[in-house]
Ligand binder design. Structure first.
Ligand code: FAD
Length: 438
């Protein structure tokens, strides 16, 4: 099978641009045969490879990656490792589901924390928690108050933060209130992904800049690249939305594009004017219209705003120029005391969703397992699905596999162009209905 669409790196990612230059691992050259192939070096693929190595220390594992580590969605996100489900729900079923998700989320944060400490990965990892903030009193009533009740039912710690306290902590009085949850971490995602890749165990070989152009699934897996071929007895599919190109999950994924900007570092004078020292992270009560923001350890502010339907997984440069301008306007509204601070980097990345928010996890064929479709929370979801796909493939008894399976599987979508019309209409409706949260 020829692979129709390959990932493209437009070299705009701000998180990697601010890091020291890293030497990518070699391209795949010649014919290589291994026990295990992992396709994709994001959180899911890297977690799967590490876990396979632990489960099968005497076997050879190859991770094959189209681009450079840290330039994919895993390196381009807003850098929140979240352990709480987005929507807790109030029925017993929903509560049970939330508890299962919590167990998985906490496992992923602990696993990342452990790997980062063991290998001394310098990625600004800080267990600082986050604010979930509403702009309007309607947002407080409709989203924050039910969220607080659900956290109480779950027994999860949180703090209600009123406008003035929030303004003092984040340096912006744009929001009416927030819920602060102490779990989860903030990080530089490109540095974390690179660190995870560069600390893989000895029996794992990573090939970068080696897009798989052709695939055959007969007596194992056979991948052809421009300069070589890779053969393995078993495969963990961790190519996220691109797994469709390999014949899996067709008609089950929604591809969205999300946009981020990172300011330059604030000067000493600007930091004094701004008046906030401690890093913080904030997610919006409504992800369609609201802004995700962070103040980083190295004194930059990141803005994530704009979420669009993007079925062809491509972004135009003209679209990015408009996004940069918009992000600066949004920044100025929230931080009027920093008028001279520009967006130093603006970039976009792709998010793979399913209509029912279920992950693409489990066994797909006799020698193929998958850990894809992280529904916009891939730092933790990618990590736990990679670990558990590796355990499942190796026959390791892990009770969390049942928690994972209980999250269901991606539902079938209507065919295009009906799908396109439906998704675009839903986006317009969400923007209109939640305009008070902009
Ligand atoms: C702007 C933005 C902000 C976000 N913010 C957050 C956040 O704060 N917290 C959070 O948890 N999540 C966030 N997300 C979502 C998160 O980044 C993703 O869910 C996560 O990175 C997915 O990880 P993954 O390993 O499944 O996939 P990916 O990181 O997409 O990795 C899949 C890999 O497969 C490779 N691949 C595909 N096709 C081929 C091929 N033919 N040959 C070889 N390799 C191939 C790709 O190159 C890619 O590297 C955000 C996403 C975006 C875009």
């Amino acid at each position: 099978m020829k692979i129709g669409r390959l990932p493209l790196d437009d070299k705009t990612n701000g998180w990697s641009a601010i890091l020291p230059t890293r030497m990518p691992k070699p391209v795949l050259v010649g014919d290589v045969t291994v026990d295990w192939v992992v396709l994709g070096a994001g959180y899911a693929g890297l977690a799967a490879a590490r876990q396979l190595s632990e489960n099968c220390p005497d076997q050879q594992i190859a991770v094959i990656e189209a681009g450079t580590v840290g330039e994919n969605a895993s390196g381009r996100n807003s850098g929140f490792a979240v352990d709480l489900p987005h929507n807790v729900g109030s029925s017993l079923d929903e509560l049970d589901g939330s508890q299962r998700f919590l167990r998985l989320g906490k496992m992923a944060v602990a696993s990342l924390d452990n790997t980062i400490k063991t290998h001394d990965i310098d990625c600004q990892w800080s267990l600082d928690g986050k604010y979930h903030a509403a702009v309007s009193t309607r947002g407080v009533k409709e989203i924050l108050e039910p969220f607080a009740k659900e956290l109480e039912t779950l027994g999860e710690p949180y703090r209600w933060v009123e406008k003035s306290d929030l303004a003092r902590n984040i340096g912006s009085n744009h929001f009416t209130a927030a819920i602060y949850t102490p779990g989860g971490a903030l990080l530089n995602p490109a540095a974390l992904t690179q660190g995870l890749a560069d600390s893989l165990p000895d029996n794992v070989t990573l090939y970068e800049n080696s897009p798989v152009q052709e695939a055959t699934f007969k007596n194992g897996v056979h991948f052809i690249t421009a300069n070589g071929s890779l053969h393995g007895s078993k495969l963990i599919m961790a190519a996220n939305g691109f797994s469709e190109q390999f014949g899996y999950y067709r008609n089950r994924f929604l591809h969205l594009v999300a946009h981020c900007s990172l300011t330059r570092q604030l000067t000493e004078d600007e930091r004094n004017t701004y008046g906030v020292e401690k890093p913080w992270g904030l997610t919006p009560a409504n992800a369609f219209v609201g802004i995700t923001m962070r103040y980083t350890n190295d004194h930059r502010i990141i803005i994530r705003h704009g979420l669009n339907y993007c079925p062809n997984q491509r972004v135009l440069a003209s679209e990015q120029a408009a996004v940069k301008h918009r992000h600066k306007e949004l920044f100025d509204k929230r931080f009027p005391m920093l008028p001279a601070v520009d967006m130093e980097h603006t970039w976009s990345g792709f998010v793979c969703l399913s209509q029912n928010s279920a992950p693409g996890f489990g066994q797909l064929a006799p020698n193929v397992w998958s850990a894809v479709c992280q529904n916009a929370m891939g730092v933790t979801k990618g990590t736990f699905s990679g670990v558990l796909a590796a355990d499942m493939a190796c026959g390791v008894e892990n009770p969390l596999i049942r928690d994972m399976q209980s999250l269901g599987e991606p539902s079938i979508l209507p065919r295009r162009p009906l799908l396109d019309i439906g998704v675009r209409a839903r986006f317009m409706w969400e923007h209109w209905r939640n305009r008070h949260e902009a």
